[in-house]
Design a binder for this molecule. Structure first.
Ligand SMILES: [Zn+2]
Length: 157
């Protein structure tokens, strides 16, 4: 399941990436280009724009009515039966910590020592798993945002 989020859904796009979903997002993009990419790359367009979903050439979309990004995330998870963190039986498992939240690139595991100069001291001391984005260079470790997201999701799913 691959997604493309419209330009109003930046926070949702970042969260979906943190959960491991392939999600592209451009803060500024023309409607036609958005539709074209969705079709060419076989992505589901996630949008809040009722006008956009009526455009020609759009095959798969999810129209959101929620304003709150967390409510939007909940809707996407339920609609597509995603199962991040193996919260329940069945559904499509996604792999949290597998994709860069800034640029959607799959993350690479790196040795702990390599992360040392780049992460806070307490993180280095308490974490064993470190990853880095090969495109933008951002570092990730277990305990970053997905953990908070997991707790919140467990309350609702
Ligand atoms: Zn990146």
């Amino acid at each position: 399941m691959k997604f493309i989020a419209d330009s109003m859904l930046g926070r949702l796009a970042r969260w979906l990436r943190l959960l491991g979903c392939d999600t592209i997002y451009y803060p500024h993009i023309e409607d036609r280009r958005l539709i074209r990419i969705a079709s060419e790359e076989d992505r589901v367009l996630i949008t809040r724009d009722t006008r956009l979903v009526k455009m020609r050439g759009l095959k798969h979309f999810l129209l959101l009515h929620e304003n709150d990004p967390f409510e939007q995330l909940k809707k996407v998870i339920i609609t597509f039966n995603l199962n991040p963190f193996e919260l329940h039986k069945g559904g499509f498992e996604t792999r949290p910590y597998s994709r860069c939240s800034l640029c959607n690139t799959p993350l690479k595991s790196i040795p702990k020592e390599q992360a040392e100069p780049h992460v806070p001291e307490y993180v280095y001391q308490t974490s064993e798993m470190f990853k880095q984005c090969p495109t933008c260079g951002k570092f990730y470790w277990k305990g970053t945002h997905p953990e908070k997201l997991r707790k919140k999701l467990m309350e609702i799913l």
